[in-house]
Structures are given as C-alpha cells and as structure tokens.
Design a protein around this ligand. Structure first.
Ligand code: T46
Length: 144
C-alpha cells in the first residue's frame, strides 16, 4: 500500500503526571512494526537522509526536539515540521527525503515495516529521478 507522505496525529493521554502516547502497529499506523531505530546526538542543523526507499513504509517521530523533514515525490516538494511526540510522518513508496535536526537534543524515532535492507535504498539522486520518471510514464501508459 502506497500513500503520499502525510502527518498522523496520535492521541495523547495527558494528566498531571505527564503525557503518554501509545502506537499500535496496524491500528493507529497502517502497518505492522518490524523494526524500530532512533537517531540522536546529531549536531544542530545537520541534515541526514538524502535517499529514497523502493518499498519501505516508515513513520518518523521526533520524540524530543524539533526536526524538519523535506520530501520530494511526483515532481513536487513538501515540508513537515516534527515538533511534538504526538506527530508522526508516514513515508511510503519512492520519496526522496532529508531530515534536518533543528536542535541538538532532537531524537528521531522511526518505526518501519521491514528489517534493514540496504538494497531497498536509492541513495543516488539521479537514480531516484529515473525511477520516478519510469513510474510516472508507466502510470500514464496504464491510463491511456
Ligand atoms: C531513513 C531515515 C529516516 C543499520 O545498520 N540498520 C538500520 O536499521 C538503519 C536504519 C541503518 N543502519 C546503518 C546503515 C548506515 O551504515 O546505519 C548507518 C546510518 O544510516 P543512514 O546513513 O542511512 O542514516 P540516515 O539518517 O541518513 O537515514 C535513516 C535510515 O537509514 C533511512 O532508512 O529513511 O533515517
């Protein structure tokens, strides 16, 4: 299942002791979770990513700090501000993405639907553009 990138807002259980967010695979995110990884100690304003995935589905959550994510797909760019642990960004399909760690205490937690597989990465931008063009011309061909 491919969906365009979009934010998911999680329910927050808030009381005088603080806040609790629960994430359930297949319930408030659209896949079963096979892998969790997190990125921390990234210096302020450093950008990571600069790749796309062929098939992976992921939800990105800034569990601390602020992270800006830029996505490029279908010839357009979109921009998401992850500034709350209540927000998740769903990425699926061929989306070139970069993550900028706005504060150096930012922690990015990522939930993914498969184990790590380097062959799923498209790390060369020109390869990404070629794959996108192939996808779009196949799509237009099917509709003709
Ligand atoms: C993504 C964005 C949001 C592993 O060994 N196992 C893993 O599960 C992952 C995710 C990475 N690695 C290794 C591969 C590299 O040698 O960790 C090293 C750093 O990975 P990378 O340079 O791809 O990190 P980012 O921050 O550019 O990208 C990461 C994820 O790799 C990627 O899937 O979508 O976060």
């Amino acid at each position: 299942m491919k969906e365009n990138p979009h934010l998911i807002i999680f329910n927050e259980n808030k009381d005088t002791r603080g806040c609790l967010v629960a994430i359930e695979g297949g319930n408030n995110i659209p896949f079963e979770i096979a892998r969790v990884y997190y990125i921390y100690n990234t210096p302020q304003n450093i950008e990571r990513g600069f790749h796309a995935h062929r098939n992976l589905m992921q939800v990105l959550i800034a569990v601390n700090g602020i992270i800006e994510v830029t996505c490029e797909y279908h010839g357009q760019k979109s921009f998401y501000l992850l500034d709350s642990p209540k927000k998740g960004l769903l990425l699926s399909g061929l989306v070139w993405h970069t993550m900028k760690f706005v504060s150096d205490d930012s922690i990015l937690m990522v939930l993914a639907d498969t184990y790590y597989d380097e062959s799923d990465y498209v790390r060369n931008y020109n390869d990404f553009i070629t794959l996108e063009q192939n996808f779009l011309s196949g799509f237009l061909h099917e509709r003709a």
